[in-house]
Design a protein around this ligand. Structure first.
Ligand code: HEC
Length: 204
C-alpha cells in the first residue's frame, strides 16, 4: 500500500515536472517581481525587423524617418515554439527600437539602423500573471537603460493592443514570418484573428 502510494506520488511529481518544464534561459525576477534586463538578448533568436511599426511616443515625429523595431526571443522558447506552435512559460521577448538613418556612408537613399531609443520586453508566465499569462515591461530610463523594472500596470495600452490584435496568444507572431507559418501548421493561430482588421483608433 505504502509502495503503491509512493509510486503514485512519484508519478504525479514526474508528470507535474514534465508538464511545466522550466526553460534554462527563462527570465530572472527579483523578490519584488521586477524583471532583470537580459544582458545577452542580442545573441538570442532574431525574429524580425520592422520599419515604421512603432506607436505612441516612440513613433516618428514627422522630422525623422520612422524608426526600426528588432524583435528577439530566448532560444529555449523559440525551440518550444517550433515544436508546438505555442509560447511556453518562461518566454521572454526583447523589442528594441532604433533610429532610422539616411544616406549613411556610401549609401544614397536607403535606410539603416542607428542608435537604440527604447528597449521593451514581454514575458509569459501563467503563474505570475494568471490573467492572460503575459506582462509587459520597458527598461527605458532618463539615465540610460534600467537594470530591472516592474511590469506595466494591467491598464496600460500594451495589454489591450496585444490582447486584441496579436495572432498567437497575445503576441504579434503574424509579423514573424517563419513562425507564423508554423503556427498555421500547428493550428495555434487565434480563431478570432482577422488579417484584414486594422487598428481603428490611433494608439494613445
Ligand atoms: C497599438 C498596438 C500596440 C501597443 C499599444 C503596444 N504594442 Fe507591442 N507590438 C505591437 C506590434 C504591431 C508588434 C509587432 C512587432 C513590431 O513592432 O515590429 C509588437 C511587438 C511587441 C513585442 C515583441 C513580442 C510580441 O508580443 O510580439 C514586445 C516585447 C512589445 N511589443 C512590447 C510592448 C510594450 C511594453 C507595450 C506598452 C508600453 C506595447 N508593446 C504596446 C503593437 C502594440
Amino acid at each position: 500500500m505504502r509502495l503503491a502510494s509512493s509510486l503514485i506520488l512519484a508519478t504525479l511529481a514526474a508528470t507535474t515536472f514534465m508538464a511545466v518544464p522550466a526553460l534554462a534561459d527563462a527570465p530572472a525576477f527579483n523578490a519584488a517581481g521586477e524583471l532583470e534586463r537580459p544582458a545577452d538578448y542580442r545573441s538570442w533568436v532574431f525574429l524580425t525587423s520592422g520599419l515604421g511599426m512603432t506607436y505612441g511616443p516612440n513613433s516618428s515625429d514627422g522630422n525623422r524617418p520612422a524608426p526600426f523595431t528588432n524583435v528577439f526571443v530566448n532560444p529555449e522558447a523559440y525551440k518550444a515554439f517550433v515544436k508546438s506552435g505555442r509560447w511556453p512559460d518562461g518566454t521572454l521577448f526583447a523589442l528594441e527600437i532604433r533610429l532610422a538613418e539616411e544616406n549613411v556612408s556610401i549609401n544614397t537613399g536607403g535606410r539603416t539602423q542607428g542608435a537604440m531609443v527604447a528597449l521593451e520586453a514581454a514575458v509569459k508566465d501563467s503563474k505570475r500573471y494568471p490573467e492572460g499569462g503575459w506582462a509587459y515591461f520597458s527598461f527605458d530610463g532618463e539615465k540610460g537603460l534600467k537594470p530591472r523594472v516592474a511590469p506595466f500596470p494591467r491598464s496600460a495600452d500594451c495589454y489591450s493592443c496585444h490582447r486584441s490584435h496579436g495572432a498567437v496568444e497575445w503576441t504579434f507572431t503574424q509579423f514573424y514570418p517563419e513562425l507564423f507559418d508554423i503556427a498555421k501548421q500547428k493550428g495555434t493561430v487565434r480563431p478570432d484573428y482577422d488579417p484584414a482588421r486594422k487598428l481603428t483608433a490611433p494608439a494613445p
